[in-house]
Design a protein around this ligand. Structure first.
Ligand SMILES: CC(C)(COP(=O)(O)OP(=O)(O)OC[C@H]1O[C@@H](n2cnc3c(N)ncnc32)[C@H](O)[C@@H]1OP(=O)(O)O)[C@@H](O)C(=O)NCCC(=O)NCCS
Length: 320
């Protein structure tokens, strides 16, 4: 397919590393891991629509563009997503605009009613293009970083207090590797789906199928002995895990979630403390996380754990 002076070819899984390179080149402070990107591409609902293209200019690969949406049966609100990034050397406002226009056309033809796109709050060129195309700010994602070297003592103290509290609460904190319940994955998924449904979002969340959930846990950034869970009686009531990028990037919270009935008792904090203590023991010097800017409990936890804000991610929305 040709768009302006660019050629688009469908991306295969082998192009994921290139896309991670392009994103890293464009945003060096937020490096993307090629293996995590490839793995992420394998996790999609079997009924979802996902199109990814490698963009080339004069025969040389210069970026990517993508569009996706859940099946309309599972998401009747009909939101679509668009992603785009060009290498700095190939970047121009006109090219970016043409690529987004092409994806909007494909989303519209496919029945989408609204599309969302993300931008860093300090990427004025990208934001300028979005505004010109009629996008408006919908939501912010707060990005944070925690210095594990400077914060070591404070985090260790918090972890000790959390362990005491969990003992008193009768809650066991352990890794998934140490849990011998044959039904642990089903229990974990039920709990995780419940928590995910409570993350503030504009684009409705469609729960993963069990197969996709299992694939997620097999990420090259995760390991069963680094996935921390909370048990109360027969139930798994919480989870927190850091993803360790195998090739490049910063260790980052992959997911933290709690069963509704067990919230407000310090369990999420206790789980997060264990992930941090483990990272410190492994020699990690800093970790990152990001949360929706209206998610009060997790913002409060992260702030009081000593995370410092970085730039925000902004979600833009356009009615088609
Ligand atoms: C976010 C979540 C994991 C917190 O779990 P939790 O076990 O209730 O958390 P904790 O009890 O350890 O800590 C909650 C803290 O937030 C505070 N808090 C709760 N609601 C709050 C609110 N509306 N405003 C400000 N602070 C709030 C609590 O007082 C507590 O603070 P404290 O430790 O200083 O007393 C849980 O609410 C959840 O699963 N939400 C849905 C999934 C989600 O949003 N995950 C994280 C983002 S990806």
């Amino acid at each position: 397919m040709n768009v302006a002076d660019m050629t688009l070819r469908p991306a295969t899984l082998d192009d994921a590393a290139f896309v991670a390179d392009v994103l890293t080149e464009a945003h060096p402070d937020d490096p993307e891991d090629p293996q995590l990107m490839r793995h992420w591409w394998t996790i999609q609902d079997p009924e979802a629509t996902v199109e990814r293209f490698v963009v080339s200019v004069v025969g040389a690969d210069a970026g990517f563009v993508s569009r996706s949406h859940e099946s309309w049966a599972k998401m009747p609100e009909r939101f679509g997503r668009i992603g785009v990034c060009l290498r700095p050397a190939a970047w121009s406002a006109a090219r970016l605009d043409a690529l987004v226009a092409a994806m909007e056309d494909r989303q519209r033809a496919d029945g989408a009613r609204k599309v969302t796109m993300w931008a860093w709050d300090d990427d004025s060129q990208h934001i300028g293009m979005l505004k010109q195309r009629g996008y408006r700010e919908e939501r912010r994602q707060r990005f944070w970083e925690l210095d594990l070297v400077a914060g070591r003592e404070r985090i260790t103290k918090m972890a000790t207090e959390s362990r005491e509290r969990m003992k008193k609460e009768g809650v066991r904190i352990l890794t998934l590797a140490d849990d011998d319940d044959p039904q642990k994955f089903e229990r974990l998924k039920r709990m995780s789906d419940e928590a995910e449904a409570d993350v503030p979002t504009t684009v409705p969340h469609v729960p993963l199928e069990m197969d996709e959930f299992m694939k997620w846990l097999q990420s090259p950034g995760l390991r069963p002995d680094r996935i921390w869970i909370a048990r109360e009686g027969d139930d798994i009531v919480g989870i927190s895990q850091l993803a360790y990028p195998p090739v490049r990037g910063i260790v980052v919270t992959d997911w933290t979630g709690m069963a509704r009935k067990a919230r407000g008792r310090g369990i999420a904090r206790a789980l997060k403390c264990e992930t941090l203590m483990q990272a410190i023991a492994l020699g990690v010097d800093r970790v990152r996380t990001d949360n929706d800017s209206t998610n009060a409990p997790i913002l409060h936890i992260n702030e009081t754990m000593g995370y410092r804000r970085r730039h925000d991610g902004i979600q833009y929305l356009k009615e088609l």
